[in-house]
Every structure is written in structure tokens, then in C-alpha cells.
Write a protein of this length. Structure first.
Ligand code: SF4
Length: 275
């Protein structure tokens, strides 16, 4: 049985998600306005300008998880908690071949399910939630994926973040902003939020961005976090947000401090050697 071909949803299988790699398109001379102007923009205008540029830099924005049905996206998103999308995409082909739809997952052997998803971490809990979510989909929703955040978050293992991903990519419904580790970190660097709690960050972003663009912001910051603004070493000099990003200034100051401390240390070591 494949009960995911929802008559209610406008969902169609993604054409370019599988294997999609984010490669930013350099903006070149399409890059207004000059540095000080951009820094002085009010927060909302700055957020809109950042969004505009992100859309130019990453014109395509498919979900980076591989899936072929709404329930597969839900499962992949649950697996992506505390795990990379790349790792999830390595695990799901075998998983979805063995258990392709909501019925198969609901009636799966839990040990077999656990084995198939083991490398994504927390596999016992994830397997229990995935199976229970599919059982509830059958019992309460006729095997179809519900299209509201209130209904989705009644499914075991489906919190606000997973629900936002499913709603945006399956139903084009925007109930919130998905805040993952990249969105949290880069939104802070870009100075559009001072919060550190994902729920509060989401509230800030919802106030600044137009509703249809909530997922556009999230998905493009995820791409940006992988391609340019990595956690380990943001490549600010290659970033088309450099002039509008207060975080770059902070990072530059921090890098200068580290370089100065290193120089002092080596000068001190040379002095001691000379004695
Ligand atoms: S300028 Fe640097 S810190 Fe700011 S978004 Fe770009 S890479 Fe990240």
C-alpha cells in the first residue's frame, strides 16, 4: 500500500532535490549598496536585502534531503535530528527500499528498522518515533500526511522544526521558520537576531521576513552554511553578504586578536631564545 499519494496536497516528487549541491552564484556587479549604506539599513530592510541576495546566490532551493513521498520526507527529517543530511541520504535508499510507505513502516519489525537507521544516531528512539508516527498516520489521518502544524505535531517525533519542513516542502504552507544549527548561527552573525534559543530566533525571523519566504530564508542559509559561511571557518572574503554582515566585522576583529596574540607569543619565544 502506498497511501502517500495525497489527493489533498499539491505535492509532487521533487525534480532536483536528489544530489543537489549548493554552489553560490557570485553576485559581481549586481551587488548594491556600498558597505556603509548597507550597514546602516534598519534591521527589517537589511533582512530583506539579505534575503534578496540569498535568492540570487542560490537560485535553486530544493530540500537537501532525498525523498519521494510526503512520509519519506517526514522520516528523513526525523532522522536528520543530531545528524547530517548527507548521512541521512546515505541511509534512506536502503530504508525506503525495504519500507517504502506508511503502511510498511507502521508494520515493520522494529529491530530491522533500528538496524537500517543505526548510523544516524539515537536510532532506538528514532525508530520508535518513526514507527509510531506512521501508525498514528494510519489510525487518525487515513494514512495521509496532515497539512496543519497542529495535526503534524501530534505525531510522535514530529516537533515544530520537522513540521515546518514538511509543511513548506509538501504543501507550500508556511507556519514558521525552520531554525537548524546553520540558521541559528548565521542569523546571529547577520545581526537579524540576538536570541540564542531556536524558538525565539524563529519569532524574530517571522517578524522580519514575509511569510512566503520563511522557508526560503532557512534553506538558503543552510546552503550558505555549507558552501561559504561554515562554522569552522567562514570565508567572508568570498561572501556576497560581506558588506551587510556585522558578524564579518566581529569575526575579523577576533581573527586579528588571535593573530596578534600569536605574534606576541612568538616574539616572546624569540626573546627568550636570544637570552
Ligand atoms: S560575511 Fe562572513 S560571517 Fe557574514 S555571512 Fe558571509 S561568511 Fe558568514
Amino acid at each position: 500500500m502506498n497511501s502517500d499519494s495525497s489527493k489533498k496536497s499539491p505535492w509532487a516528487p521533487p525534480s532536483s532535490a536528489n544530489g543537489y549541491k549548493a554552489v553560490p552564484v557570485p553576485l559581481g556587479d549586481r551587488l548594491p549598496p556600498p558597505l556603509r549604506e548597507a550597514q546602516k539599513l534598519p534591521k527589517k530592510q537589511r533582512a530583506l536585502e539579505i534575503l534578496r541576495r540569498l535568492k540570487l546566490m542560490y537560485p535553486e532551493a530544493p530540500c537537501s534531503l532525498d525523498y519521494e513521498s510526503p512520509v519519506q520526507l517526514m522520516v528523513a527529517t526525523i532522522l536528520a535530528a543530531q545528524c547530517t543530511d548527507a548521512r541521512v541520504n546515505l541511509v534512506t535508499p536502503a530504508l525506503f527500499e525495504r519500507f517504502p510507505d506508511v503502511g510498511a513502516i507502521a508494520h515493520s519489525n522494529i529491530s530491522e528498522l533500528e538496524d537500517l537507521i543505526r548510523s544516524t544516531g539515537f536510532y532506538r528512539n528514532k525508530a520508535k518515533n518513526i514507527q509510531a508516527a506512521c501508525q498514528r498516520l494510519i489510525a487518525e489521518f487515513d494514512g495521509e500526511m496532515p497539512s496543519t502544524i497542529a495535526e503534524l505535531t501530534t505525531l510522535p517525533g514530529v516537533a515544530r522544526k520537522t513540521a515546518n519542513v514538511v509543511l513548506a516542502h509538501i504543501f507550500d504552507v508556511h507556519e514558521g521558520v525552520t531554525v537548524d544549527t546553520h540558521v541559528k548561527r548565521i542569523s546571529g552573525l547577520l545581526g537579524v537576531t540576538k536570541q540564542t534559543d531556536p524558538v525565539r530566533i524563529e519569532q524574530d525571523l517571522m517578524k522580519l521576513l514575509p511569510r512566503p519566504d520563511w522557508e526560503n530564508w532557512s534553506i538558503r542559509l543552510v546552503y550558505h552554511g555549507r558552501a561559504i559561511c561554515t562554522a569552522r571557518s567562514p570565508d567572508c572574503m568570498r561572501c556576497d553578504l560581506l558588506d551587510i554582515c556585522p558578524g564579518a566585522i566581529r569575526l575579523r576583529k577576533e581573527a586579528a586578536k588571535v593573530a596578534k596574540a600569536k605574534a606576541n607569543q612568538s616574539a616572546k619565544a624569540k626573546k627568550e631564545e636570544a637570552r
